[in-house]
Write a new protein. Structure first.
Length: 198
């Protein structure tokens, strides 16, 4: 059981890092104007999504094992309002939020996984709490990627295997494996392929 917990823990940490990197590689492709652009009246801008994820990160992961994940000082509704926010200030908020997550999750021990933590008063196992946030962040990061790709259009630098290149990517992986070369994660394999072949 301990080995399963340790494997899950390592994969969860790596998955959070991969999603953070994916979002940032999309964000770096858009202009300041596009960062704050709404595509319709009900949409969120990339900047708003960044602010919301950062607010959630700062609330959920601060004092993770010892307090409710919905902190009293969080004002969720204002995360969807841009008031004197700049791209720089929002990305600093984003960075602080992610650091809070990694500071909380990386030191977890196998024994910690026997604990429960509350979110809005509802008890969660550690696995449930991690999965809840991992799926939530990936949902919003998908929105960021979609918006950035929309704005860049033909100039978009892909973050995954390009269209009509799956066979080439599979051969790239086979060649690396035959040479005894392995990437640190499945996402690193795609990044290596994009750097070398695209």
């Amino acid at each position: 059981m301990r080995e399963i917990i340790e494997n899950y823990h390592a994969d969860a940490v790596q998955s959070f890092r991969n999603y953070k990197k994916m979002a940032e590689r999309a964000i770096e492709q858009v202009s300041d104007e596009e960062f704050f652009t709404l595509i319709d009246a009900e949409a969120n801008s990339i900047g708003t999504i960044v602010k919301h994820i950062a607010g959630n990160l700062n609330s959920r992961w601060r004092d993770f094992l010892t307090s409710d994940g919905e902190k009293d000082d969080r004002h969720r509704d204002t995360e969807f309002e841009l008031i004197d926010d700049t791209r720089e200030s929002l990305m600093q908020f984003w960075e602080r939020g992610w650091q809070t997550l990694f500071d909380a999750i990386e030191p977890l021990t196998a024994d910690d996984f026997a604990l429960t933590v509350p979110i809005r008063g509802e008890p969660h196992t550690i696995v449930e709490a991690i999965n809840r946030q991992l799926t939530h962040y990936s949902y919003h990061i998908g929105q960021i990627v979609l918006l950035a790709k929309h704005f860049r259009s033909a100039d978009w630098k892909t973050l995954s295997v390009p269209k009509n290149r799956s066979a080439e990517f599979n051969q790239f992986l086979a060649d690396k494996q035959a040479a005894g070369e392995t990437a640190d994660s499945r996402h690193d394999s795609i990044e290596q392929y994009l750097d070398e072949k695209v």
